[in-house]
Design a protein around this ligand. Structure first.
Ligand SMILES: [Zn+2]
Length: 340
């Protein structure tokens, strides 16, 4: 949501138990604007340092890193020497860390959603396109447009995107394993890349912590470091302590290292996780009968080789340090040997 008290109060009134997070895009925008204003007396260097500390505080993935960033922020020169900075931070930000600091957010797929720009874009298209074309400026015509045009058009796009990405519409490229069929595009892309990145792992890099699917997986960049991976259960969602998982909440390289080297496989991930709407296309809209438009590229293949890219993970594997097309070829080659 925006940084708006009326908006917060309204949402809180209707959904008192829901966590309410600020849109990170607008948080950044507010900081950039405030620190630029001449009356706040910040030099360019102070401004940069303050922004960097605020970002660190907001995005810190663990409590320790967050605590450390918070200490740096409140002992920094701009905070201790400039009363305006102190007042601004104390009254607008440090009093509500649960709304903008990631470490306070509950784990879950929603962590991927860091802005409300999508909702704003919808609002814009409603105002600038639909209302402009047909409205008579009355509440009745607004409701009429919403019910007869705006929402049906959105639903049509949603149905089309679901259908165009399912195996009934197009055949998947051979290297896309079956368990990734009928998944949203971002999930397939994400998983294929992590699978390829996990190819150098061996059984000896993985230790069983318990028989219930809890592991320690070696870091590739730091031999002394291990990531704690839990594939979850009927009651509990999976987790990995790496930054990639914390940021995306999608399966990471360390999970694929487990699937490649132990008896635990993709389907052993928590059913809560595997059945999440974030991980699946909407099966109400996957049959052709529900789709009345003529789609002509019916026989094409759903291919990902152009999309595969290196991930900004905990480490960078030197052997992939070649040009992009070569990297893609390596990925595709690795993926062809996929044994789910
Ligand atoms: Zn991980």
């Amino acid at each position: 949501m925006d940084y708006s008290d009326p908006e917060f109060q309204a949402i809180h009134h209707v959904f008192p138990d829901t966590e309410k997070y600020l849109c990170y895009f607008h948080v950044e925008q507010a900081w950039l604007r405030w620190t630029k204003q001449k009356k706040n007396n910040l030099s360019d260097a102070e401004r940069e340092s303050l922004l960097s500390l605020l970002r660190k505080t907001a995005l810190a993935p663990t409590r320790d890193i967050h605590q450390n960033a918070m200490e740096q922020l409140t002992t920094s020169d701009p905070y201790t020497n400039n009363q305006k900075v102190k007042t601004y931070l104390d009254n607008f930000w440090l009093n509500i860390p649960e709304r903008w600091c990631r470490v306070h957010f509950h784990n879950g797929f929603h962590l991927n959603v860091t802005t409300n720009n999508g909702v704003e874009a919808l609002n814009n298209s409603l105002k600038k396109f639909y209302i402009k074309l047909t409205s008579t400026g009355t509440l009745t015509s607004l409701i009429d447009i919403l019910v007869t045009e705006f929402v049906p058009d959105l639903l049509k796009t949603y149905v089309q995107l679901n259908y165009q990405f399912c195996s009934q519409y197009k055949r998947y490229n051979e290297y896309v394993p079956e368990f990734l069929h009928n998944k949203p595009r971002n999930v397939v892309k994400h998983c294929l890349t992590r699978y390829a990145n996990a190819s150098s792992y061996k059984a000896g890099d993985i230790d069983f912590v318990t028989n219930g699917g809890v592991f320690l997986v070696k870091s590739e960049s730091n031999v002394d470091e291990f990531y704690h991976v839990d594939i979850g259960s009927n009651l509990q969602l999976p987790s990995c302590s790496c930054a990639d998982f914390i940021q995306s909440y999608l399966p990471c390289k360390h999970m694929f290292a487990i699937f490649r080297n132990t008896n635990y496989k993709w389907n052993d991930l928590s059913p809560l996780y595997l059945s999440s709407p974030y991980m699946n296309l909407d099966d109400r809209f996957l049959s052709e009968q529900q789709f009345d438009q003529d789609l002509d590229d019916h026989n094409a293949i759903i291919d990902f080789s152009e999309d595969l890219q290196l991930t900004a993970e905990d480490d960078h594997n030197e052997k992939y340090d070649t040009d992009l097309s070569k990297k893609r070829k390596i990925y595709v080659k690795t993926l062809k040997f996929w044994k789910p």
